[in-house]
Structures are given as C-alpha cells and as structure tokens.
Design a protein around this ligand. Structure first.
Ligand code: SF4
Length: 358
C-alpha cells in the first residue's frame, strides 16, 4: 500500500486532547506518553502530528471493520449474545511483541501491507451497525485512544442510534482522555499486560498509568473489565498474578478479570502456548482475594465452566457461554433468577448499568 503516513495525514482533523506548554511545545494528552511536540513532529504513535499551532489527529476513516459477537472482545457483562460492529484504525502507543493485530497496530513501524483506509462518516458507521442488527459498537484492533476525537464522533452517533459503546484499550492513557470520552462511552475494556515496570518497558510503556486508568475509569462510571494475557516466561509468576487480583479487588471487587492464555504470534512465535493449569489456579486465588467475577479463556482445551457468569452471592449460573459465545442468559432485569441479587454489568442497550450489589 503506498505511503501510509501520507494517507493518514490526509485523513486528519484538529485534535481536542492537547495543551500548550510553557516551552512552546504542544503536549498531546491522549495517552500516557504525553508527547511534547515541536512544530512538524509526530508523536510516538505515529498518527498524531503537530502542524503549526494545531495537533492533527486521525479522523474520518477505519482501517478494519467486522461484525462479531460482542463476547469476542472479551467483555462478558455487556449485552450478552449481541452482535457488535467492531472498528479499528492504524497505530499504537505500545509495541507488544505478541500483538494479535500487529498489521494494524504496528502498520507504521513494520513493512506490512495493511488494508487501505476506508473513508467513512461517523453516522454511516452507526447506521451500518443498526442495519446489521448490532446492539454494540466497539473500537478495537489497534489502540483506540490515540484517535479519541474520531472515537468521540463515532460513539456519539452510535449512542444516538441506541447502541452501547465499548473501548478495547491498552489502558496506557490519561484522565483527560477518559473524561473526554466518558459522555459517549459505556464500557472501558483494559488489557493489564503485566505487574512490573520492567514488563511494561518491554512493551514500550509504564505500569502505573494503566493501573490509574482502571481506577479512574471505574470512578468515572465506565463499566470496566480487565484482561491479562498470560505469556510463558514473561508474566506467568503466580505471585505477580496474585498481586493483580489483589490490586483489582482493592479498586472494585466487581471488576471482571479475564485470564487469557497466550498463543504464539508476531515476534514471539517461538514461545510455547500457555497451558490451563496456571490460569485455573490463578483464578481460584483471585476469588480468594475478593474478586467476584474471574474468567479463564483463549486456551487449546476450553475450560468452559470458567467462562460462565455466576451470581456473586449464590453462585447460580446467570450467563452460560461456550467458545466466546453466549448460549443462555438467565438474568432477570440484571438480577440472579435464584436469589435476586443484582449482577453488575451493562446488560441492555441503550446501556443501563447495573451497579454492584451493596
Ligand atoms: S497519543 Fe500518545 S503517543 Fe500519540 S502523540 Fe499523543 S501522547 Fe504521543
């Protein structure tokens, strides 16, 4: 594909998530890198760039769009069984060596040939979702927050058509970006990729902003779910996984935590797959540490019983799943049919968030 940076520059608009600094540079506030840009410079993501006194940001296109079950985004407490229109763009603020969607996320760093951008208006995406029977519009594949302004437009149109909206993010973002998107966003799904700064340095980021984003998003009223992809010889220390469980429980024990198994891919094709034993053990520990909803997935041998949602009080199965698809919903108005306890989540669209039980 010819000249991707040029195509991206041609499809841009003035950004909102920016502030002037005393030294004359413009600080981008869309992600935790907070790039300070002199005129003509690009941020680390490669898709936001300063031109004069303006920060130009991605706008008016998608690089991928698919219609899939909402569960394929690893969100389990969000309109189970619904279809979602999932859109993605190019670029990322991180550079994970095991990225599933590296042809999009690393399109500006790798000699890959990603699909060309498709020019589209925000309202057209919302209309397409509705016409296709979707109840959810999700941003995924690359890091959505680096195109927060475009996301704001797309999600605003989606909300106006009665769709629930989901961001699938690496969590390496800022309070400013979360506050900016909160009015049009229901769900913030975060990848918490490790438990040490050294691990995050390998990925090109820092741990602290991701933990801050989980807590901030929850306090702002997003429905938050967290995914940890467990990679052999990278983030598979049981003590580290225990620390994540304890940390999440201290933020909000109702946050669902998904423990997913690594598959070899991209630059880490030589690593073995993650087996089920460690994940099942870590899930048990996480329940013991106070989390109410822990899931195990993405394994060669499915651990189906650990993909169901259970009532946090009586443990009745309230949503039954197989292979990232919902096969039975027993909830009644967001409550357990057996004991009537409220099960937290976004169970309907337009979104109605059921808070955690007191
Ligand atoms: S989104 Fe992040 S990486 Fe990109 S310009 Fe802004 S601060 Fe830099």
């Amino acid at each position: 594909m010819p000249d991707l940076p040029r195509l991206i520059a041609d499809r841009s608009a003035p950004g909102d998530l920016v502030r002037p600094r005393a030294d004359g540079r413009l600080e981008c506030t869309a992600c935790a890198h907070r790039c300070a840009l002199p005129d003509g410079a690009h941020g680390l993501c490669g898709v936001r760039a300063r031109r004069g006194d303006v920060l130009r940001v991605p706008f008016g296109y998608v690089a991928a769009r698919r219609i899939r079950a909402v569960e394929t985004n690893t969100v389990y407490h969000v309109v189970p069984g619904a279809l979602a229109l999932i859109v993605g763009m190019y670029g990322c603020d991180l550079r994970c060596p095991y990225c599933h969607n590296w042809r999009l996320s690393q399109a500006l760093r790798e000699p890959a040939e990603p699909a060309p951008p498709e020019a589209v208006a925000a309202a057209e995406l919302a209309d397409l979702a509705v016409a296709s029977g979707c109840r959810v519009l999700a941003a995924a594949y690359n890091e959505p927050m680096i195109a927060a302004e475009w996301l704001h437009a797309v999600f605003g149109a989606a909300r106006a058509r009665g769709l629930a909206t989901v961001i699938v993010s690496d969590g390496h973002t800022t309070r400013e970006a979360l506050e900016y998107l909160r009015p049009v966003t229901d769900v913030y799904r975060v990848d918490l990729k490790g438990y040490t700064d050294e691990q995050y340095r390998t990925l090109g980021g820092r741990l602290a902003p991701v933990l801050d984003a989980v807590a901030t998003a929850r306090s702002l009223g997003f429905w938050v779910e967290v995914v940890t992809l467990v990679v052999p010889s990278f983030n598979d220390d049981p003590a580290g996984l225990r620390w994540i469980a304890t940390t999440l429980a201290s933020i909000d024990p109702a946050i669902p935590w998904h423990l997913n198994g690594f598959h070899p891919r991209y630059r880490w094709r030589d690593r073995p797959r993650q087996g089920a034993g460690l994940l099942v053990s870590a899930a048990g520990t996480a329940y013991a540490r106070g989390l109410h909803h822990v899931y195990v997935g993405n394994l060669a041998d499915s651990v189906r019983a650990l993909s169901h949602t259970r009532c946090p009080r009586c443990h009745e199965v309230v949503v039954e799943r197989a292979d990232y698809a919902t096969i039975r919903v027993a909830l009644r108005d967001g409550r357990c049919p057996a004991c009537r306890t409220a099960v937290p989540g976004v169970w309907s669209a337009p979104a109605g968030v059921v808070p955690a039980a007191a």
